[in-house]
Design a protein around this ligand. Structure first.
Ligand code: NAD
Length: 501
């Protein structure tokens, strides 16, 4: 049996699920075909949604702490196959081994989080202005949740959504990226095993996966029976999805593109900044939504910092992501490579100076794999191309002299996902975090923009979508709130002191 077939078998993926289909999934490592998956069709969507609705009617009646037991079991199942799913992530998306494992660890972490949450779906008790009255809030299950994911977090983003949805009492319909459905399928299989152990308290159709293209996502988006659409991907996709969900007054969580920056001030620890720049800009070959794309550095430290950055870029090991020591694996496909080349050309035309990188490497060893040397481009100003998210390892360097102007430049992009400052100056740091500072959903100090923990709410402003998922109180979006006023007196006083009749 080949390595991939052994992996599939250990993850519970049956042969007919990865052979004989129409969706060819190729590894970005070398272009080798990993699977030919039978695709689901749009015509099947109504039946899938109907099953999900039927499951909802049962699942919402199971007490939340009991629902939590299911995600606890899911966490156990994920721990048992962590290295296998991590390997599938590496094969399918090209992440280095450590990052593939880290992705599965995120799934495990969110299961732990959701288990605790299952006993903490708190509403408030509110004092009433009327005697003998009490006001309270309750959170109730919402309905089927459609989860549409991007290729670059093929396992974790599903888990972030599904773990919360399940404890909140919602069934899940999962539409993975057509570029990376295998990691998602393996993650669902672990959940299927947890459901089998959980027993018949879990209704049929509680979790369903629909592998296919964007049209399946669009069918979920259009259905008024899918109460919440959680869609992760490009701003282009979000522009199509957002208005469609709004048209039917549905709920949505949009997690779209980022254009994340780091401000390095004269008060920064440059060695720490350097390490954060490296992981931030070249990790996952620049294919994280939170990848560092803009370095806004004070003129007084620019030369020194850039020298360190360029020296470190020289030593980057770009290679097969499965090989120990590799730091940069391949881009997902040729389209991503072409987009990177086009952006570099545009940057040059807009006055940019390529300081290093941009070229394809290992084309002889991997004619079907798109490995690139990460690029650093010095820009005279924040031009159009800098304001655009190119999903590849390009780091634009911009200089500033005045701190307020640096923040203005930082915020002057359409996206608003993640951001950071490197400074040991309290005034600079607090200003960056204040109302007049970074306008992003995530703003960090002395760490890079990426590698978020699941405990915080994840998401961004402006064209990133404005929504949050994962930790903190993101769970509230998976539930509906009712405000209940209870009169335990023998009178019927009206609010605002109104007398009526
Ligand atoms: P993509 O937009 O091409 O595809 C994402 C998903 O949307 C896929 O499953 C696709 O089938 C589906 N889709 C496409 N058109 C659709 C439509 N009209 N209706 C419903 N579904 C549709 O994105 P990608 O190339 O897979 O991922 C890269 C992008 O994702 C980057 O822009 C990155 O920043 C973003 N991303 C954002 C986050 C975040 O949390 N903010 C996380 C990961 C990735």
């Amino acid at each position: 049996m080949s390595e991939i077939n052994e992996l599939f078998s250990r993850c519970g993926i049956a042969e007919q699920e990865f052979t004989g289909g129409t969706l060819s999934v190729c590894s970005p490592i070398d272009g080798a075909e990993l699977a030919r998956i039978p695709e689901r069709s749009v015509a099947e969507t109504p039946a899938v949604i109907a099953r999900s609705l039927a499951a909802f009617k049962k699942w919402r009646l199971i007490p939340a702490p009991v629902r939590g037991e299911l995600v606890r079991l899911w966490g156990e199942e994920l721990r048992a196959v962590k290295t296998d799913i991590g390997r599938i992530v590496s094969l399918e998306v090209g992440k280095i081994v450590e990052e593939g494992l880290g992705e599965v660890q995120e799934c495990i972490d969110i299961c732990d989080f959701a288990l605790g949450l299952s006993r903490q779906l708190y509403g408030k008790t509110i004092v009433s202005e009327r005697p003998g009255h009490r006001i309270m809030e309750q959170y109730h299950p919402l309905g089927p949740v459609g989860v549409i994911t991007a290729f670059n977090f093929p396992s974790a983003v599903f888990a972030w959504n599904a773990a919360l949805a399940l404890v909140c009492g919602d069934p899940v319909i999962f539409k993975p990226s057509e570029k990376a459905p295998l990691s998602g399928l393996a993650t669902v299989k672990a959940l299927d095993r947890a459901i089998a152990r959980f027993g018949n308290r879990a209704p049929d159709g509680l979790v369903q996966i629909m592998i296919g293209r964007g049209d399946i996502g669009a069918a979920l988006v259009a259905s008024p029976d899918v109460a919440l659409i959680s869609a992760t991907g490009s701003t282009r996709m979000g522009r199509a999805v957002g208005p469609k969900v709004a048209e039917r007054f549905g709920r949505r969580i949009l997690e779209l593109g980022g254009n994340n920056a780091m401000i390095v001030t004269p008060h920064a620890d440059l060695d720490m900044a350097l390490r954060a720049i490296l992981f931030g800009a070249v990790g996952t070959a620049g294919q994280r939504c939170t990848t560092l794309r803009r370095l806004i550095v004070h003129g007084s430290v620019k030369t020194k910092l850039l020298a360190k950055v360029l020296a470190a870029y020289e030593t980057l090991r770009i290679d097969n992501p499965l090989t120990a020591g590799t730091l940069v694996g391949p881009l997902i496909d040729k389209t991503a490579f072409d987009q990177m080349q086009s952006s570099i050309e545009q940057a040059r035309a807009q006055g940019g100076r390529v300081l290093t990188g941009g070229q394809r490497v290992h084309a002889d060893r991997f004619p079907e794999g798109y490995y690139v040397r990460p690029a650093v481009i010095e820009m005279p100003a924040q031009t159009d191309i800098v304001r655009h998210e190119t999903f590849a390892p390009i780091l634009y360097v911009l200089e500033y002299d005045d701190f307020d102007a640096a923040i203005e430049m930082h915020n002057d992009v359409p996206q608003g996902l993640s951001s950071c400052i490197f400074s040991n100056n309290m005034r600079e740091v607090e200003t960056f975090l204040s109302a007049s500072g970074s306008d992003c959903g995530m703003a960090n100090v002395n760490i890079g923009p990426n590698g978020a923990e699941i405990g915080g709410a994840f998401g961004g402003e402006k064209e990133t979508g404005g929504d949050r998922e994962s930790g903190s109180d993101a769970w509230k979006q998976y539930m509906r709130r009712t405000t209940n006023t209870i009169n335990f007196s023998t009178e019927l006083p009206l609010a605002q002191g109104i007398t009526f009749g």
